[in-house]
Design a protein around this ligand. Structure first.
Ligand SMILES: [Zn+2]
Length: 62
């Protein structure tokens, strides 16, 4: 599954939940939400490292 790693060495994975939406896209969740948290905004998703507090922003280009 997908892997998420901060520069400080903190890392976690996403896992597939087995649930799908009506278009067949499977939902994924963070394996360990103590290590990373994320906030979904209007045009981006912000991941925050739970160890060092660094934040990464993934922008939507739709
Ligand atoms: Zn970090």
């Amino acid at each position: 599954m997908m892997h998420l790693e901060c520069e400080c060495g903190n890392s976690t994975n996403f896992f597939a939940t087995g649930d799908r939406d009506e278009q067949g896209r499977e939902y994924i969740e963070l394996e360990d939400d103590d290590r990373f948290s994320f906030v979904i905004g209007e045009d981006s998703v912000v991941f925050k490292c739970g160890f060092c507090g660094y934040r990464y922003r993934l922008k939507s280009y739709e």
